[in-house]
Write a protein that binds this ligand. Structure first.
Ligand SMILES: C[S@@+](CC[C@H](N)C(=O)[O-])C[C@H]1O[C@@H](n2cnc3c(N)ncnc32)[C@H](O)[C@@H]1O
Length: 230
């Protein structure tokens, strides 16, 4: 695994962590417990944006930019089966370790059981999804193999507010690159044939790849742009 100079991945009694020798950073989904409680998770802006009219039958959602999986946890707690794509091998390793530990926490176990990590480029995967579904299935079951919702949260363009990010998360920021392939990511998501694509943006940020959404849901700092397909 290639890491920026000065950073390393190590394992201690509490699991895998990223360190620069002074600070350490590891995934900790336990801090999300208050937000995934029944009756609370449905009030989350992201959940309101992603929810489908019919949530029966555990709809499938691809989180195409998983990061440390906090947004995915909210979506799994809201009833989605979530496939988390992460292409940075260091972040993917931290994410997998974090989920292993979370699965042992009773308040998280149910939601975590609906989350699975796939290491790789989600754009590559989504681009091939529809043809793979056609090859492997009878025409009537193709739709069953396609995701219901795709969630995109590529790194925001620089806002100048990096100093406000908690110090230990600045370690992670050294691994994340600003999204350079917005068009490709969005085109691949559309090609995968979901009912809905949800995109997280800064409240005043431009539309991803300049594409106007069907509607947006706004919070104080972020906005969720929703693209609806028939
Ligand atoms: C802003 S972070 C996502 C944070 C995440 N929503 C959360 O709750 O922790 C974006 C992440 O997406 C990953 N990423 C960006 N483009 C990707 C792609 N095409 N395939 C897989 N992962 C990608 C980056 O490596 C980074 O970890």
């Amino acid at each position: 695994m290639i890491l920026p100079a000065g950073l390393s991945l190590t394992e201690d009694a509490n699991g895998l962590c990223l360190t620069d020798g002074k600070m350490t950073m590891r995934g900790d989904l336990s801090k999300m417990i208050p937000r995934i409680k029944r009756g609370v998770v449905g009030t989350e802006l992201l959940v309101r944006a992603a929810r489908l009219k019919d949530m029966s039958g555990t709809p499938t959602l691809i989180d195409a930019t998983a990061g440390m999986g906090e947004d995915s946890l909210l979506l799994a707690a809201a009833g989605f089966n979530v496939i988390l794509y992460e292409y940075n091998p260091v972040i993917a390793a931290l994410l997998k370790d974090s989920l292993l530990r979370a699965a042992r926490i009773p308040e998280l176990a149910d939601a975590v059981s609906r989350m699975s990590v796939a290491e790789g480029d989600s754009a590559e995967y989504m681009r091939t999804l529809r043809s793979a579904a056609h090859e492997d299935s009878s025409p009537s079951s193709v739709n069953d193999r396609l995701p219901d919702v795709i969630y995109l949260d590529p790194m925001f363009p620089e806002s100048g507010k990096n100093a406000l990010i908690k110090k230990k998360f600045q370690l992670l920021r050294q691994l994340e690159l600003p999204c350079s392939n917005e068009e490709e990511l969005l085109e691949a998501a559309v090609a995968a044939g979901p009912h809905k694509i949800v995109i997280k943006r800064p409240i005043k940020g431009p539309y991803l790849a300049g594409r106007k959404p069907s509607y947006s849901i706004e919070g104080k700092a972020v906005r969720y742009d929703c693209l609806i397909f028939a």
